[in-house]
Design a protein around this ligand. Structure first.
Ligand code: ZN
Ligand code: ZN
Length: 262
């Protein structure tokens, strides 16, 4: 791949770390891509790299200089208040701006250009690999729990699924200070949840009916939010069942990644 030229408000970045997302597989195999996708583009939408060049209109006040290590947000949007999606704080749905690795050239290359709106300085103590996946796998889970679910420390959350996104959701919920009950079909994922401090009493044994477990343990009127990071018919209907039991705040979020679905 040739080294691209930064546009006026773009940063030229030499990549250090790039995550692999399940969406990459979807992008490779889906035959019905949106019309605004380029015919050919480089994949990779979770990136971290070092700034090696600045566009002509990146102001010093933006705080970016050659040598800085930045995390790269693949879908920062165009930022215009005249843009329906960006004005509604849904930049990931904006089709006017460059979408790195999702229809436009992304991060599986030696260099990329990112608009300064999509750059975030990586704090000390965070590795480039961690920073790269934080832009998608972590952010998606964070938005589901914090913004859609509005989880607070007073909540008791039932969490379906401890895969790539679900396990991040678990850590976000615990960081908020809410109690979390977890379910997964893989014992090793439940063991990992126990390792980070989820008590045995809050883990549904593999194979146990969710409805029975919730009823038998007296959780039916205590669960305030259900977060579904699996998105199958079974978990969705179990989630609705819990929601109807207590008739309280109920939200669901799918495991699809923010960059492709919002
Ligand atoms: Zn993704
Ligand atoms: Zn926009």
């Amino acid at each position: 791949m040739p080294v691209p030229e930064p546009h006026a408000t773009g940063l030229l970045v030499k990549l250090i770390a790039v995550g692999v997302c399940r969406s990459d597989h979807n992008l490779l195999t889906n035959e019905n891509q949106p019309a605004w996708f380029q015919d050919k583009f480089t994949l990779g939408h979770e990136g971290c790299g070092r700034i090696v060049g600045l566009g002509s209109k990146v102001p010093p006040s933006a705080g970016y200089k050659v040598g800085d290590v930045i995390a790269l947000l693949a879908v920062p949007g165009c930022g215009s208040q005249a843009c329906e999606e960006c004005a509604a704080d849904l930049a990931q749905l904006c089709t006017k701006a460059h979408r790195s690795g999702i229809g436009n050239d992304g991060f599986y290359a030696s260099h990329c250009v990112i608009d300064m709106r999509g750059a975030v300085h990586v704090p000390e103590g965070v590795s480039p690999s961690q920073a790269a996946v934080a832009t998608d796998a972590v952010t998606t889970a964070y938005h589901a729990i914090h913004r859609r679910g509005k989880v607070t420390s007073k909540d008791t959350v039932f969490l379906f699924g401890l895969g790539g996104l679900g396990f991040n959701a678990l850590q976000v919920i615990r960081a908020i200070g809410a109690r979390v009950l977890v379910s997964d079909v893989k014992q090793e994922n439940l063991n990992d949840a126990a390792k980070i401090g989820v008590s045995k009493a809050d883990i549904v044994p593999v194979g146990k009916s969710i409805r029975d477990w919730v009823d038998e343990n007296g959780w039916s009127d205590k669960i305030s939010i259900v977060a579904d990071f699996v998105g199958t018919e079974q978990t969705f209907s179990d989630a609705q069942h819990i929601g109807m039991l207590n008739d309280r705040r109920f939200d669901q979020s799918s495991h699809r990644c923010s960059s492709s679905s919002g």
